[in-house]
Design a binder for this molecule. Structure first.
Ligand code: CXF
Ligand code: ZN
Length: 370
């Protein structure tokens, strides 16, 4: 079939709408009509080169839609099923999946290849094979993806909101609940109040944190941060450190979650300075692959027994956590409507990323036209 989809041809280029040929699903694959996709900062990284990926590329990895057709061997999905695409596949069989650590599924090794799991392509422009972001390519209105990347959800949930739990909200929520292991009464600092940070603030709230300090250079996000559950707002890490110092009488925070668009060296040390003895800094956001030099006091790490923790997808188990988070959404406890600042059409995707980079939105969502 043919479809129009935004394609990135070169580093530093824009997304350009192209007519793309999409092949039918093969073994274990599913044709999905994507109704909506969230615009995650990670889809911008191939544009800047901060995450080197294969080009030309159809971006997008935070999608939700409806199954149109299933390929041979697909057992768990059928046409008409509503699904959320998970940016990490979960095979359910590897040792990591079997241990309840689906975010570390062995299939994760293939997410940045640009191809299908079997190493071949389903999208083409003439003779040119087109890559996909994280096995998905949800910026296109249709996708052929592995069933390992799809999680069935209830039909009554709005797909324009459900898409957010395929990456950002789940990553943020899990960074607080799983990796920081926020406890009732904790003081938590969330640095970056976008699609991931809004999930982290809510994770901290749902885990019972007493004080949640949201930090963002975009001061306009203050009231959104309070809506998600923040109790304080700062526009710099230094301001946050001063707020936390005052309200904890110098004990400092139990945890700090770095959920900015792109991690810079100095942020690691600044986040470590915000947490107190035994505190944890969670590195949720990506740093450029070339940056291998965080700046921090290594002595303070030892002497105050602080912890610096990486997290992938907030240590979530997509097959359990995607339905669980959507159930919290239905119950009014996880705010997704409030996280979607603007709905766009796919042809406006460059302007949407301008909005994101300028800090004008929490999360943008593209609603696909079919
Ligand atoms: C990132 C995490 C690591 C690989 C690229 C995507 N996650 C989602 O935005
Ligand atoms: Zn993402």
């Amino acid at each position: 079939m043919k479809m129009n989809a935004p394609v990135l041809w070169d580093v530093n280029g824009d997304w350009s709408i192209e007519e793309v040929e999409l092949d039918p699903p093969r073994d274990g694959e599913v044709l999905v009509s994507f109704h909506a996709t969230g615009l995650c900062h990670s889809d911008h990284h191939p544009r800047t080169g901060d995450l080197a990926g294969p080009l030309p590329l159809i971006g997008g990895h935070e999608g939700a839609g409806v199954v149109e057709e299933v390929g041979p061997g697909v057992r768990d999905l059928r046409p008409g099923d509503h699904v959320v695409a998970s940016f990490l596949p979960a095979c359910g069989r590897c040792r990591w999946c079997a241990r309840g650590r689906q975010n570390l599924c062995d299939l994760g090794a293939f997410i940045n290849t640009g191809t299908q799991l079997d190493g071949t392509y389903r999208r083409h422009i003439g003779d040119q094979d087109i890559n996909v972001m994280l096995l998905l390519g949800t910026f296109a209105p249709y996708g052929v993806v592995s069933e390992a990347s799809l999680v069935k959800i209830d039909d009554d949930l709005p797909l324009s909101r459900a898409c957010l739990v395929g990456c950002g909200i789940t990553t943020g929520w899990g960074s607080a609940v799983n990796t920081a292991n926020v406890q009732p009464g904790d003081t938590v600092v969330v640095i970056g109040c976008g699609g991931v940070g809004s999930g982290a603030i809510q994770g901290a709230r749902l885990a019972g944190a007493e004080k949640i300090v949201a930090v963002d250079i975009a001061s306009g996000k203050r009231y959104k941060a309070f809506e998600f559950g923040a109790t304080h707002f700062a526009t710099s890490m230094a301001e946050a450190a001063s707020i936390v110092g005052d309200m904890t009488k110098g004990s400092m925070a139990d945890s700090a979650i770095l959920a900015v668009g792109l991690v810079e060296s100095h942020m690691v040390g600044e986040a470590l300075d915000i947490v107190g003895k035994g505190g944890a800094v969670v590195l949720t956001a990506l740093a450029p692959e070339t940056n291998v030099t965080p700046t921090m006091s290594m002595a303070a790490l030892t002497l105050y027994q602080k912890r610096l923790l990486g997290t992938l997808y907030g240590e979530a188990n997509p097959r359990n956590d995607i339905p669980r988070l959507l159930s919290l959404y239905r119950a009014g406890k996880l705010l997704l409507d409030e996280a979607v600042s603007t709905e766009y059409q796919a042809r406006d995707i460059n302007a949407a990323y301008d909005d994101m980079l300028a800090g004008r939105i929490i999360r943008g969502v593209v609603i696909h036209e079919h």
